[in-house]
Write a protein that binds this ligand. Sequence first.
Ligand code: PMP
Length: 459
Amino acid sequence: MKVERSTAQWREMDAAHHLHPFSDTTSLNEQGVRMITHAEGIYLWDSEGNKILDGMAGLWCVNIGYGRKDLADVAKRQMEELAYYNTFFKTSHPAVVELSQLLAEVAPPGFGRVFYTNSGSESIDTMIRMVRRYWDVKGQPQKKTLIGRWNGYHGSTIGGASLGGMSYMHEQGDLPIPGIVHVEQPWHYKHGKGMTAEAFGTLAASWIEDKILEIGADNIAAFVGEPIQGAGGVIIPPDSYWPEVQRICRKYDILLVADEVICGFGRTGEWFGQQHFGFTPDIFTIAKGLSSGYLPIGAVLVNDDVAATLAAGGDFNHGFTYSGHPVAAAVAYANVKALRDEGIVAAVHDDTGPYMQKRWHEAFSGFAHVDDIRGVGLIQAFTLVKDKASQTLFDNWGEIGLMCRDIFFQHGLIMRACGDHIVSAPPLIISKAQIDEMISTAVQCMQIFEQKLKERGLA
Ligand code: PMP
């Protein structure tokens, strides 16, 4: 956008006309928004000329980093050649066909078929319809209920928000919809005190079995989970969790769905989170890193059994005007190819991921109010705690997290507070020197934070 206005003008216009997602409009408009005007690599700039290190890759999505001219060129070329055509009318186009084949190449074996959406939430809603359709076609239409997890996040549509386990979302709009139930999350620190990681992982998986037995396996369609809960605060389950979840789903003939919207496309150092944890879902959802956020696109990948069953049912009455949008597909293709051919995912696995985890653990372990330091690849977090020795959390969950997050913001570093979890997921192209820069700013901020806690009598 080349319109030149002052920051104050933009703020005024934004407050007058723009409703922001997940925001308290009144207080946001009082404070005024921060205008982000351009970005390059891992850095953003605001309208006042401040340079900001984006430790969140936007919203966990700009895996390839900002400012890739080649992706812009691909979009321009595709717009000129075929800006739009649908994939409903027995028609297809080169961009979507090329992307589908490339996804089949980078996906784990057996996931050769893909259905397109425009976002993670749409992928989740598509998956819910697919799962229910699957059991209809199999002659078991009563298998309808999906199991999600408390503190899971699966988007903001009615289906996605229902399946997610965010009670503050459920409170608005009479959610969850019928046919969706939840089990507790596998957060060892809070729910498995005194247990070994392995024992806790098995216990947390058994909560799914308990729920299946409560409702009856004949009524359960699928279990759905993020390999690592992202928006819930980077909850990394013990290694024993996912293989046990898989065993339980197979035992009761229940579809296993991985929501790879954050974990996909290299975040953990593997292409998909399921590969990091060593399990094989039947269906998985993607978005975000698929195009590195350059254009909106999401998808659902299904295994051969799901694909064949849906096909046996004839028409699947579902789709979006922009399913497989040519420009989004062309950009996603160029992005995925670059993540692979430039060795970006491989670098997270072999080099920058392990380096980040080492630096992250070393840098924060000495702080009095930081505990449960954790991470994989380039996704990491720690939790702000009142007392480390007794593992006591602060009283008003989220209040201290926001205070800490604001200090990072003021010092040119974006990390996010999910409750009192402080989380980070930078672009995958971050270098070791940039990791050092990020950690050193974060450490300074944490010193300021702990000082503030003392001043306010909170520590
Ligand atoms: N699933 C997961 C795991 C997510 O993290 C998100 C978004 N943060 C979504 C689904 C929803 O994606 P979108 O915001 O693109 O609808």
